[in-house]
Write a protein that binds this ligand. Structure first.
Ligand SMILES: [Cu+2]
Length: 329
């Protein structure tokens, strides 16, 4: 059961995020992209580029694409355990404002730590840490310390409640994102979710966001990067893409890892100033978006708050869109 899942697996996970649009893009562009790709992981999000899995799971693949909507209706990151895989931090209490060697394992259905992972976007496991109020975000890459133990230098910036996400695909299994809470003791004052914002500034860069999140639909988002007022046209590939976007839902931190439309070296995708994503959010509500991009040898994160509005069937509700910005929760 696991073997054919390898290919369909990740595709199914992606379907939640990218919806039909990504599937189409993959089908159209995947074959052409493959020969150009020189980074081992880039094929991870290009379904057509799983040579091994394709042979075994070809028929399941098509079936998988037709069915994920129902089975994948629970967003990632909400569970500490899913499909027999469990995220186990060695500790959930972390001293604030101090770099610690944070360790965790993922145990498999047999109860043993998982040691074999598929590489996705250059890495076997992506580690996201946010404060539960979504004011703080880190995207890190732990290293394997042996025996299925993951290790990462981690600093929690002050007292409070945090959420860690492990985004991975075990060898032969489905891609998934597990989440667990971490705590840094001390007094703290949670911040309200920032109001809707389409412009973010970081280190002299201004990133603007264009596009709307429509629940249940692959929504095109265009992020445009400028530095000191001039468009940036030489973004650097980071983990096989010009940008990585993580979307987290306000209220429960449902996790959506979104990737760009196109990738470096595909002959069509330019290194800025625009990065295009397709994101499908599962519901109305406020989402925090965190864009990682690399320029001048450094990865920076731009953050936004976007209100997803207007379900396809009841677009009439969208009238309050602008005024909604002021949700003060
Ligand atoms: Cu990552």
């Amino acid at each position: 059961m696991n073997t054919p899942a390898k290919l369909g697996a990740y595709a199914a996970g992606l379907a939640v995020i990218f919806g039909a649009t990504f599937g189409v893009g993959t089908a159209v562009g995947g074959t052409g992209d493959r020969p150009v790709t020189n980074e081992h992981a880039a094929p991870g999000h290009s379904g057509a580029a799983h040579p091994g899995g394709a042979a075994e799971g070809g028929s399941d693949h098509s079936a998988g694409q037709a069915t994920p909507a129902g089975s994948a209706s629970i967003p990632g990151g909400l569970q500490v355990s899913q499909n027999g895989y469990t995220l186990t931090p060695v500790t959930t209490e972390v001293e604030p404002d101090k770099s610690v060697d944070f360790r965790f394992t993922v145990t498999g259905p047999d109860g043993e730590p998982v040691t074999a992972y598929q590489v996705q976007h250059d890495k076997k496991l992506h580690f996201i840490l946010v404060s539960r109020d979504l004011s703080h975000f880190q995207h890190l890459h732990p290293v394997e310390a042996g025996g299925g133990v993951w290790s990462v230098p981690l600093t929690l910036p002050g007292a409070g409640a945090y959420r860690m996400f492990a985004d991975f695909a075990p060898e032969g299994g489905d891609g998934m994102t597990l989440g667990a809470d971490l705590y840094a003791s001390g007094d703290y004052a949670p911040k309200g979710l920032p109001g809707e914002s389409r412009t973010a500034t970081v280190d002299g860069y201004t990133v603007t966001l264009d596009g709307d999140l429509v629940p249940g639909q692959a929504s095109r988002l265009t992020l445009k990067v400028a530095k000191d007022g001039a468009p940036v046209t030489d973004l650097q590939p980071y983990l096989g893409a010009y940008g990585h976007l993580v979307a987290l839902r306000g209220g429960d931190l449902a996790y959506l890892h979104v990737h760009p439309d196109g990738e470096p070296g595909d002959g069509a995708t330019r290194p800025g100033p625009e990065i295009v994503f397709y994101a499908e959010v599962p519901s109305r509500g406020d989402y925090r978006l965190f864009l990682d991009f690399q320029h001048g040898g450094k990865v920076r994160t731009a953050d936004f708050t976007v209100h997803a509005d207007g379900a396809p069937a009841t677009a009439g509700q969208a009238g309050g869109h602008g005024g909604h910005g002021g949700h003060a929760h």
